[in-house]
Design a protein around this ligand. Structure first.
Ligand SMILES: [Zn+2]
Length: 417
């Protein structure tokens, strides 16, 4: 965890002026030894510790004047500082949480578009888990709104918003800071690349335009047949990014064949698309028609539309069971359920009760069925898990988050480049 001296803190805050006007936030203090809390009167109860403004009218009081900022240094011993976003820069808040990885999404966008995000000023957040704020010049031609979770693990701070400045302290005890070579005195703020602008300015990822050559009468029947997932759709580039990383889908996408007939290849590609598009037929259709397997056969008439639609329908019906990586089940001695064998009647009873009354704890189920608690726990552990349902679940999964961090994150790739 990064510690900063008072001088270093102040230097970083003053450097942050080149990103936008600065104003003081409540800081993080240690009133009881070993317990860090917000400096405001809510203390431990504060919902945004160290992240909320300490002055009324902070928007008007925010300044880039070093003398004014030094006055605040003298007046508030422990203050954190915010940088107003919008006037000069916008901040992309790339989060690495256990179940969401913004770096992975950025990487998928890069892969999907075949372009890299340029070097720019970055702030490592005080959480010390690799989360960063990337600063870009505020684009003049498009409006970007401050929004949370615009894509999984990605927030945008733009007009009307602010980001914690380097030099601020996080509740975890670490300090926000400019990593070497990414601070404003070493690195200039980059323009927001077009593909990122498109992804961030997209008002609603839910709206997916239907390809012009798609038989629209057929589509009207789809939504009922395949209720769309509630999550917003991922942009095409993210889906393509995931597809191109997928060892199976990658080859089909590029038109390569594995030892199958062509219709099996089509079906495999359709299944992968169904999975990664969260079963969104229009997006799937659009991407299917753009794939390397595309050929005239796709236009041939089939029940419910053309060959492409027919394949996609069958693929949707076949997913997720066919295409989702499942965790290998280990045989459980407790339940007697060896590999390939049916679960025991006790296990079936436990799962059945758990399904009917999901709020029951393991101990309660054990009491009801008069079974040893360990047997119930094991039955639920080995048999009770749900399979992942779509790409978003996969993107959110711990495994990918760790894979990405382990494989040297995007940022360190770029540093090496
Ligand atoms: Zn507070």
């Amino acid at each position: 965890m990064t510690k900063l001296t008072r001088e270093e803190r102040e230097a970083q805050i003053l450097l942050s002026r080149s990103l936008g006007p600065i104003f003081p936030l409540y800081g993080i203090v240690e009133r009881t030894p070993g317990i860090l809390t917000c400096e405001c009167r809510l203390g431990q109860e504060c919902p945004k510790p160290g992240k909320h403004p300490r002055l009324r009218g902070y928007r008007q009081k925010a300044t880039t004047d070093p003398e004014r900022i030094r006055q605040w240094f003298r007046r508030y011993d422990h203050a954190n500082y915010g940088v107003m976003t919008g006037p000069l820069t916008i901040a992309l808040d790339v989060d690495v949480r256990p179940n969401e990885n913004g770096w992975l999404i950025l990487e998928y966008l890069e892969i999907g578009h075949g372009k890299r995000i340029p070097f720019t000023v970055e702030v490592l957040t005080g959480r010390g888990n690799g989360s960063r704020h990337l600063f870009f010049k505020t684009p003049s031609e498009a409006l970007i709104r401050t929004s949370v979770d615009i894509l999984p693990g990605l927030d945008v701070r733009a007009a009307g918003g602010y980001a914690c400045a380097a030099g601020s302290r996080h509740l975890s005890g670490g300090y926000y800071h400019f990593p070497d070579e990414y601070s404003p005195d070493e690195q200039s703020v980059a323009e927001l690349p077009d593909f990122l602008l498109a992804a961030l300015a997209e008002d609603d990822h839910e709206t997916v335009s239907v390809a012009s050559h798609a038989p629209s009468s057929e589509f009207s029947a789809w939504p009922d047949a395949f209720p769309a997932t509630r999550q917003p759709a991922l942009p095409d580039a993210v889906v393509l990014g995931v597809m191109i990383r997928d060892p199976v889908a990658r080859r089909y996408w590029n038109g390569g064949r594995r030892n199958h007939t062509r219709s099996e290849d089509d079906f495999a590609l359709a299944c992968k698309l169904a999975f990664y598009c969260c079963h969104r037929i229009e997006q799937m259709y659009r991407l299917f028609m753009r794939s390397g397997l595309r050929r005239s056969k796709f236009e041939e008439k089939r029940p419910g539309g053309n060959y492409a639609l027919w394949t996609l329908t069958r693929a949707i019906k076949a997913t997720p069971q066919t295409w989702i990586r499942r965790k290998r089940k280990r045989p459980s001695t407790a339940t007697g359920a060896k590999k390939g064998r049916k679960p025991s009647p006790d296990t079936i009873a436990v799962l059945d009760l758990h399904k009917r009354e999901p709020t029951l704890t393991g101990a309660e189920i054990a009491a009801r069925l008069a079974l040893p608690p360990k047997q119930v726990r094991d039955a639920l552990y080995y048999h009770g898990r749900q399979v992942a349902e779509n790409a978003r679940t996969l993107i959110h999964s711990n495994q990918l988050a760790h894979e990405c961090l382990g494989n040297s994150s995007l940022a360190s790739d770029r540093r090496a480049a």
